[in-house]
Design a protein around this ligand. Structure first.
Ligand code: MN
Length: 417
């Protein structure tokens, strides 16, 4: 199955991230106008509010687009998700609708993007085996790098929904309590080891109020975004035992502006890797639930050339998002539309495939060489970090839109007033 063609020529270009096959969901504004829901097609955005007001998007659940977020579409349920996608493909694919739809398109270049959904809650996992092995080797010991539970459950922690920001939002270097091995006591300082984590985010679209199976969990997922779990490694190293990361991960979590639907990613499903231990029945693989998505990371020092510092693929994960979601519900934990699940850092087996500076610079011991001669162990003020994702089909590409953020210098001591 190849490119689905649109009457909008820009959508049919071979490297266009937003062909008719994709149709990701975002929230945009033009100038001083209020934000509204839109669908990316080629280099344009279809204004869903206008399409609904003129009756071109008309469902039992209407109105869906009188609000600037996609949660109402999620809450309408999977049958509506299918009907909406089919209708959008008809409107943007069939020439008969060109005259009616064209006035409802705005240029992506003119649009400011906003968070595409209200983030209900945010959980982050630790499900990349190479990442967990690398971090465990650095902080503990290569012989016992993986914690004993790691191959049996997807490890996670409850993050903060309030930390989630849309791509493009600057990120301020945090202050925190740090404990250097050379000092007997901790000190309150700006983080010196501020880092990124390359992740995918899965967006829960349907509610559950009890344990669900892996297949049920897959059906509950609405779509995926790129996610950067900004991490202060020095704050993390001091605070993480025994309850896991806390302030190290609370500064910001950036997501890409477009929700790529599960339907658009369907042709790219791949299986999880071979299991070292058989998973317990409720977590067992029931089909291919990872996706073949090429990921890369660019670091751009202020005023300098960009360097690609890592390339990997989402298929490197050990646990899929449906397995993580199923595990999340085992206790009876209720899940809701708008819940966001971070995959965990995605690293491949080799050095250029590592999804964090902690791993790329091996804890700062092997600084990275950038284009133009600079080196980096961790992020510096003014650096811009950009994640990109692409699933490559037969004659088309499914893109996510960049997930980017620039590091602002720490404030003056926030307690000195
Ligand atoms: Mn993370």
């Amino acid at each position: 199955m190849g490119l689905k063609t649109s009457w909008l020529e820009s959508a049919n270009a071979p490297e266009c991230p937003f062909p008719l096959n994709n149709l990701p969901y975002g929230v945009f504004s033009i100038g001083d106008e209020d934000p509204r829901c839109g669908v990316a097609i080629g280099d344009m955005i279809l204004d869903c509010q206008k399409a609904e007001e003129t009756g071109l998007l008309d469902f039992d659940e209407t109105p869906l687009f009188d609000v600037p977020f996609w949660n109402e579409v999620m809450e309408a349920g999977p049958a509506l998700w299918v009907a909406l996608r089919a209708r959008l493909q008809e409107l943007l694919g069939n020439d008969a609708h060109k005259a009616a739809i064209q006035p409802m398109l705005v240029s992506q270049a003119d649009a400011e993007m906003h968070l595409p959904f209200l983030v209900a809650e945010y959980t982050d996992f630790y499900a990349g085996r190479h990442h967990a092995f690398n971090v465990g080797s650095m902080f503990r010991d290569p012989a016992n790098a993986l914690p004993p539970n790691w191959l049996h459950i997807p490890i996670g922690y409850n993050g903060r929904a309030s930390s989630v920001v849309v791509s493009g939002t600057p990120v301020r270097r945090p202050w925190g309590q740090l404990k250097s091995p050379d000092h007997a006591l901790p000190a309150f300082l700006p983080s010196r080891r501020f880092d990124f984590e390359l992740e995918m985010g899965a967006i829960v679209g349907s509610a559950s109020d009890g344990p669900v199976t892996v297949d049920e969990a897959d059906a509950m997922i609405f779509g995926y975004v790129l996610l950067n779990d900004w991490s202060a490694r020095d704050i993390q190293a001091w605070e993480y035992q025994p309850l896991g990361p806390f302030q190290a991960k609370a500064t910001a979590t950036s997501i890409s502006p477009w929700i790529v639907t599960k339907a658009a990613l369907e042709p790219f499903r791949v299986a999880c890797p071979e299991r070292e231990f058989e998973l317990l029945p409720h977590l067992k693989d029931t089909g291919p639930m990872l996706y073949n998505i090429d990921l890369d990371v660019r670091l751009t020092p202020k005023g300098k050339a960009a360097s690609t510092i890592a390339r990997t693929n989402y298929r490197e994960m050990y646990y899929s998002a449906p397995q993580q979601l199923a595990h999340h519900t085992t206790s009876g934990c209720p899940m809701n539309p708008g819940d966001l699940l971070g995959s965990g850092t995605i690293s491949g087996a080799t050095k250029p495939e590592r999804g964090s500076l902690l791993e790329l610079s091996w804890g700062g011991k092997e600084p990275l060489q950038l284009e133009g001669g600079e080196t980096r162990s961790f992020l510096e003020d003014g650096d811009t970090l950009t994640l990109t994702g692409r699933a490559r089909g037969d004659g088309y590409v499914i893109g996510f839109g960049d997930c980017t953020g620039q590091i602002l210098p720490a404030l003056e001591n926030p307690y000195k007033r």
